[in-house]
Design a protein around this ligand. Sequence first.
Ligand code: ZN
Length: 172
Amino acid sequence: MEASFDCPGNYVSPTPSTLRCAKCERPLAVKDAVHTPTGYVCPYYVKARVATFYNATPLQHVLVFLLTLPLGMFTGLGLRLISSISFLAIIILMTAAPAAGAGIAEVVRRVFKRIRGQYFWLAAAVGVGLGAAVVVAGPLLALLAGRFPSLMSFLPLLGLGVLISALIARLR
Ligand SMILES: [Zn+2]
């Protein structure tokens, strides 16, 4: 075992326990124990690790948003274009949308290289979502206004949902 590390936060087990945190050696309740490759640790150790792993500032999260906003607008146009291709649209969309989501995640990764943001996935999802909404939210607005657009006109929105979930999966 490595030299004992004092987990910040002074964890106190709510019940007497024979289990101990592998890092700070404080008694550790089974319900609070977090399993890691080096043994069970207290919740504070995990928090401390998460804090050192993510090094992005709030401003850098805003930059992720600003970077993904135009990308979202661009992909929104792409989704609309694909959706206009009659019956093949769904098949193409279900292939292109996850690829585009993964592509945008890759752009964010490359631009920010060693900077890791705990909420980059959220900033990117909101950026792409808002950027694309400008182009694809039409049918939704029509629905809110009490009109019923054709089902096909919702296709870009469906594609956007798939795209954003792929983006989040890659960035989280
Ligand atoms: Zn600990």
